[in-house]
Design a protein around this ligand. Structure first.
Ligand code: SIN
Ligand code: FE2
Length: 215
């Protein structure tokens, strides 16, 4: 499948998702080529890996991190770590344009002064998925989550504060940014299995950048 033309042409706009949560359509689209060039540098220093959940499952999403803190999972649990456990070295620095984009996205969603210190980088190949979860390993829940989607589209699942709450399904396309905070900060969310597709910049991949204030 190739992407329909309107994806590349639709104007930026804000769609409310829930109180405290918005989708900023195409917010990162113009900057995407530069972001991807920066990400290639990050991945050269901290390569993709498939983490294992505390329950012993290998995640289908490949991950790495940049920033002062990186999110990791292993048999012992989930945590933020200042060093890449694979290399023992600090995670690559967060590219300044990425931090600025996240701050501007947060501000557009009503969260001023967002200074991310962690960026989880997720790569979804066809079939990869992320089951419903809350982002709750961060110390201070006052900061929002900023999530940048690049490459092939995916269906984002966005529920409420309880796992059993109804879940909305929202297609996220290249350049879309989702921000959730305040009353939505602990909303359950996930990603449905990514369908095989091709994107001009990223081939068959979807890359998602989740920016957080973790420490
Ligand atoms: C995440 O929750 O860590 C990632 C969400 C996404 O890939 O859109
Ligand atoms: Fe998450």
């Amino acid at each position: 499948m190739t992407l329909p033309l309107f994806d590349a042409d639709s104007p930026p706009r804000t769609e409310p998702l829930a109180p405290g949560a918005v989708v900023l359509r195409a917010f990162a689209r113009e900057q995407a080529p530069a972001l991807l060039a920066d990400l290639r540098q990050v991945v050269a220093q901290a390569p993709w890996r498939h983490l294992v959940t505390p329950g012993g499952y290998r995640m289908s999403v490949a991950m790495t991190n940049c920033g002062a803190l990186g999110w990791v999972s292993d048999e012992r649990g989930y945590r933020y770590d200042p060093a890449d456990p694979e290399s023992g070295r600090p995670w690559p620095a967060m590219p300044a344009p990425l931090a600025t984009l996240a701050r501007e996205a947060a501000a557009s969603a009503g969260f001023e002064g967002f200074v991310p210190d962690a960026c989880l980088i997720n790569r979804y190949d066809a079939g990869a998925r992320l089951s419903l979860h809350q982002d709750k390993d961060e110390r201070d829940m006052r900061a929002p989550i900023v999530s940048v989607s690049l490459g092939v589209p995916a269906v984002f699942l966005f529920g409420g504060a309880r796992r059993a709450d109804p879940v909305r399904r929202i297609e996220l396309r290249h350049g879309d940014v989702v921000v959730w905070g305040g009353p939505a900060r602990l909303s359950y969310h996930g990603v449905a299995p990514v369908k095989a597709a091709t994107h001009p910049l990223l081939g068959e991949q979807r890359i998602n950048l989740t920016l957080r204030r973790a420490g």
